[in-house]
Design a protein around this ligand. Structure first.
Ligand code: PBG
Length: 330
């Protein structure tokens, strides 16, 4: 290591012009890194706004088509689909998740036909379909791990058969990656990718998402703490990732994002596998609302995403994907 000393060394030299700053930039952010989460619903109106998520809508299938077309034109290569299910279709067992013509399956079918190159990610979890809003089955007053995992494997097969390229278990049950991987292998779906929400924390940053999909009905704050991780922990995140990789995950994810970048950094360095981060609804809404109010400059969104890259994320799920892509292309 050369010893560098002022005045021979002046770090401001390479900051003097925009082009210089670009030349020495350590990280780049491009549309290749951005995944757009999209909410869909069986609804008459094509787009319905979500009050706690400025600029984000729930789309019906026609509107989904045009939305995806514009995303592809902006250079976005991947989307993650989340359904808002009619309350009448929800029950304690999430039965509607297993109907092969539910809205997610229809969307996956339609998108596979129209946009064969698009990478479609589908969440594996029961919460959009349960009347209590939990990700698992409740038996004797508790979220039952093993019964839930059996159902998740079934859900994963349905989603993969409907055309999901990547299935993303977001439920945090123990052992679900293994059971899902076995089910895929024995059903000729060995090429389906598992993106595991490996380190998913019990976070209050998910509030606006639960408004968007209507899954907060009977959930109090912190009530997912028996399955999602304690936000005090990082060693446990390493343990979670190791288990999910051993069980057959291809890509791991940390969630939430900007407040959890120490976790992203550590995981990327230890495992050297594709590591994604989810800038979740609450993080998006905090920034977007402040931008709309004029309290923060709009560049704060790009900054937050670049920080995810700097921490080591390979790709970022962000509600700002569309908006940032137009800026990156400008
Ligand atoms: C459901 C799921 C959640 C999110 C993604 N998948 C909510 C939850 O766990 O309650 C949150 C995403 C966001 O806040 O943007 N399993």
């Amino acid at each position: 290591m050369v010893k560098r000393k002022y005045p021979h060394t002046r770090l401001r030299r390479t900051r003097a012009k925009a082009f210089l700053r670009d030349l020495v930039a350590e990280k780049k952010l491009s549309t290749d890194d951005l995944i757009q989460p999209i909410f869909i619903a069986d609804q008459k109106d094509s787009k319905v706004s979500i009050p706690s998520m400025p600029g984000i809508y729930r789309h019906n299938l026609e509107s989904l088509y045009s939305e995806v077309e514009s995303l592809i034109n902006l250079g976005i290569k991947s989307i993650a689909i989340f359904p808002a299910i009619d309350p009448e279709k929800k029950d304690a067992k999430a039965s509607h998740a297993f109907e092969k013509d539910n809205i997610v399956c229809k969307a996956l079918n339609q998108l596979s036909e129209k946009f064969p190159e698009l990478i479609k990610i589908a969440d594996v979890a029961l919460d959009p379909y349960t009347d209590h809003g939990h990700d698992g089955l409740i038996i004797d007053g508790k979220i039952n791990n093993d019964e839930t995992v059996t159902l998740l494997a079934e859900q994963a097969l349905i989603l993969a058969n409907a055309g999901a390229d990547i299935i993303a278990p977001s439920d945090m049950m123990d052992g679900r990656v293994r059971v899902i991987r076995d089910a895929l292998e024995s059903n000729a779906l060995q090429d389906t990718i598992i993106l595991s929400y490996a380190a998913k924390y019990a976070s209050s940053f998910y509030g606006p998402f639960r408004d968007a999909v209507g899954s907060s009905v009977s959930l109090g704050t912190g009530s997912k703490e028996t399955y999602q991780m304690n936000f005090a922990n990082i060693d446990e995140a390493i343990h979670e990732v190791r288990m999910d990789l051993e069980e057959g995950a291809d890509i791991v994810m940390v969630k939430p994002g900007i407040a959890y970048l120490d976790v992203v950094h550590k995981i990327r360095n230890i495992f050297q596998v594709p590591t994604f981060v989810y800038q979740v609804s609450g993080e998006y809404s905090m920034l977007q609302l402040s931008i709309e109010k004029g309290w923060l400059d709009k560049n704060v969104m790009l900054e937050s995403l670049m920080c995810c890259k700097r921490a080591g994320a390979d790709a970022i799920l962000t509600y700002a994907a569309k908006q940032i892509s137009s800026e990156l292309n400008a």
